[in-house]
Design a protein. Structure first.
Lengths: 253, 217, 298
């Protein structure tokens, strides 16, 4: 099966001041697939994730070299405004971070900043997004209630719905289940599997079993370098690089 | 570092080697029976085969436990899954040796008939294949494993030659038909032992290289 | 350590815990009692010499002063809230980690510790003498704003800083601009805290006397039928002199000859002032609660 490349990263270097956090990273994110980024803490995988929707613009002293192409034509750092980009490349964070607003207002937040005002249209988007995030049935009777009253797993699915509401092409997930219990974790994992039909997903995870379970491709990062990238089943059954082998088998350090 | 896991993998390795040498022992014992018609001491091989079966259970349990507890990946995953596959081949080899011993114990085969065909050579070749397969596992030697896979043709040759000879004997009505049939069965068992050894070597190869022979990816 | 020693240690720790808790309760209780006694004293004193005419808009009553107080506080909030919240937003969200920011911070700190009489005299110098105007409410409001600005600014900054980073990330991650994130998520999220700062600032206006002495002035001549905003007797003209309740109390007690009953009037004024402050504070909190509830969902 031939796959379209959604984001291609060419020779990406990233510096925090004088510290080089990413070194000549090359990677191709396949469309409608789940790509997992694994590696020890501080290896640059989260930093790498953030470059794809320029969330690292928010941090001070970040310098980027190299190229990130969206859909093989749009240079993420040159041809597109960061705010536009983030509507196309959405992000779900490690800690569920619903706004202190009602469930409805959380989901409608993105569409509203995009200028959608019609109540009917917003209702439709809210319902569709919550359904996509598989949480509509649980929440449909309490849309006006505060989102902060939800459980961690519900909050995270709400945050996914909130991101889906702006209809991005790509979903970046930064350790989306690390703060959740096993059952909520499974529900988010199932959700990711369903969402890849319509979205391209890049997920950072510390849980290697999670990467094995849900991803199609896996990239292993170490000290700012992308050591190995391949089909998940190949990388976990027979890694090519001894550093990958050591890391995933827990013989690191 | 995963010290406990390391230890357990070491133990698994040792158990595999032990089980391998049990199987070699079983083949040698069966071969001795054929050669010296001493199958009345059948009890010996029954004992060995029982030990092999025990070992198989132990190793299987250990592998299942390790998969559950450690969720192994990469080389660890390949080692453990290979071990799981290899023990069933080893167990079958034990069974084959037992089957051979049982046939011999029926005392249908005159020593002259055994000597008329290349059965003992075949037995030695099969034993050597198993021995090499086990060694390739012990030393993580992919070249040796490949050699085992290639040697399969030699065993098949032995079997074909023996089959032709026995077919001739079969047509010759002066021959003891029981003996011919029994010898045919025995040689078939040795051929099976060769096949199981090849399987073992394939899993050793997978364990080392990560690619499964015949796998198109 | 053997178990007996361990038990002793636990016992000792429990004892310390109890002693400290008791002390803290006593301190808390002390403040409560102090407040109740003071309030009760003022209210009772006010009630004792009360005459309905004291609440009138005549020269005997405090109606005009009451109105002036409210008007001054509203004026000062109109000035100080936007500036204070704006400064708080700037410091929390935009100010770089540099010399300029440090200077601004030091200025705000010094401002918050200025004695109000100094602000009053400064106001007199700048808003009255330099502009050549007479004492007026607007000048008073400016002076009070100077006093309340630091507290509004720091509460806003602290409130914004105390929010989880994830609010901003979440908002901007959905394509919002920085400013949009501030107005649509961050400010609503810390609205109750900012309102607390505003209430404190307003309290400053209610009670302030020294800063108003030479800015808002000590006289009030109002014609409640005059709605010509430029007229010095129009109640809504911010550029007329206007004595507030607190100032009125001070004037009554220092220049007792103004009225025969000036002590009683001052007591009533004090009671009214305390009730006004309380009502304002409770009212503001209730409104905040309602708004927050609407904004955050139940």
């Amino acid at each position: 099966m031939s796959e379209n490349i959604k984001i291609s990263v060419k020779d990406l270097d990233l510096y925090y001041g004088s510290f080089q956090a990413l070194k000549k990273v090359n990677l191709e994110v396949a469309e409608h697939k789940i790509t997992a980024l694994i590696g020890p803490s501080g290896c640059g995988k989260s930093t790498f994730l953030k470059t794809q929707n320029r969330m690292n613009d928010l941090e001070k002293g970040v310098k980027i070299e190299g190229q990130l192409l969206l859909d093989n034509k749009i240079d993420i750092y040159k041809d597109i405004d960061a705010m536009d980009l983030r509507k196309r490349v959405g992000m779900v964070f490690q800690q569920p971070n619903p706004f202190p607003k009602s469930i409805y207002d959380n989901v409608a937040y993105g569409p509203r900043i995009n200028g959608i005002k019609s109540k009917a249209k917003l209702d439709e988007i809210v319902e569709r997004s919550l359904k996509q995030a598989a949480i509509w049935d649980e929440l449909k009777d309490r849309l006006t209630k505060s989102a902060l009253g939800l459980s961690g797993g519900q909050q995270q699915r709400l945050c996914i719905a909130r991101t889906l509401a702006v209809e991005p092409d790509v979903l970046l997930m930064d350790e989306p289940t690390s703060a959740l219990d096993p059952i909520s974790t499974s529900s988010i994992e199932d959700l990711a599997q369903e969402l890849k039909e319509n979205y391209t997903i890049v997920i950072v995870t510390h849980n290697m079993q999670q990467a094995v379970r849900i991803s199609d491709y896996t990239a292993f990062f170490l000290l700012g370098e992308m050591v190995e990238f391949g089909k998940t089943e190949d990388l976990f059954a027979a890694p090519k690089d001894p550093r990958t082998e050591r890391y995933i088998t827990g013989r690191f350090g | 570092m995963r010290h406990v896991f390391e230890e357990e993998l070491n133990q698994l390795n040792k158990d595999m080697i032990t089980m391998g040498s049990m199987c070699e022992n079983a083949i040698q014992t069966a071969t001795t029976y054929i050669r010296y018609q001493t199958a009345d001491k059948n009890a010996e091989i029954v004992d060995i085969v029982e030990q092999i079966n025990h070992k198989e259970r132990d190793i299987e349990n250990m592998c299942l436990k390790l998969i559950m507890q450690q969720q192994p990946v990469a080389r660890d995953l390949r080692t453990i899954t290979s071990a799981l596959k290899m023990v069933s081949d080893l167990e079958r080899i034990g069974d084959n040796a037992d089957d051979i011993a049982e046939i011999v114990s029926m005392n249908n085969i005159p020593t002259a008939d055994v000597e008329a065909i290349e059965l003992i050579d075949m037995a030695k070749a099969a034993n050597e294949m198993l021995s090499d397969a086990i060694n390739s596992f012990v030393k993580r030697d992919d070249e040796l494993a490949k050699k085992v896979i290639d040697t399969d043709d030699a065993i098949d040759n032995y079997f074909n030659n023996i089959k032709l000879k026995l077919a001739e004997d079969f047509r010759d009505s002066s021959h003891n038909l029981d003996s011919v049939l029994d010898l045919f069965m025995i040689s078939k068992y040795f051929e099976r032992i060769g096949d199981h050894s090849v399987n073992i070597a394939r899993w050793v190869l997978y364990m080392i290289t990560g690619t499964l022979e015949g796998n198109t990816n | 350590m053997n178990s007996e020693q361990f038990q002793k240690k636990i016992q000792a720790a429990k004892k310390t815990d109890k002693v400290v808790t008791t002390i803290l309760y006593v301190i808390g209780g002390f403040f409560l009692v102090l407040l109740i006694v003071l309030a009760a004293y003022i209210l009772i004193k006010g009630a004792m010499g009360f005459k309905p005419s004291y609440l009138s808009f005549t020269s005997e009553g405090i109606g005009n002063q009451f109105f002036n107080t409210l008007y001054l506080v509203v004026l000062s909030l109109i000035i100080s809230v936007p500036i204070g919240i704006g400064a708080g937003i700037y410091l929390a969200e935009y100010a770089g980690d540099n010399k300029l920011t440090a200077v601004i911070r030091i200025s705000i700190e010094s401002l918050s510790s200025l004695p109000s009489i100094v602000v009053g005299l400064f106001g007199y110098l700048v808003f009255i003498l330099m502009t050549g105007m007479d004492w007026n409410l607007f000048a008073g409001a400016l002076a009070v704003s100077i006093l309340s600005l630091p507290s509004i600014t720091t509460t806003t900054e602290d409130a914004l800083r105390s929010l989880p980073k994830s609010y901003k990330q979440g908002s901007m991650g959905l394509g919002a601009s920085h400013w949009k994130a501030i107005t649509s998520v961050l400010l609503p999220a810390c609205f109750p805290r900012i309102i607390t700062g505003v209430i404190l600032a307003a309290g400053r206006g209610f009670g302030e006397a020294a800063a108003l002495l030479y800015t808002a002035g000590q006289s009030t001549v109002l014609n409640w039928h005059n709605w010509n905003l430029t007229s010095p007797t129009c109640p809504l003209n911010p550029f007329r002199s206007g004595e507030t309740l607190a100032l009125h109390i001070w004037v009554l007690r220092t220049e007792g000859s103004l009225h025969a009953n000036s002590t009683d009037i001052a007591n009533v004024a004090a009671a009214v002032l305390i009730i006004l402050t309380l009502v304002f504070s409770l009212g503001a909190r209730q409104i905040t609660r309602n708004i927050t509830k609407k904004a955050t969902g139940e």
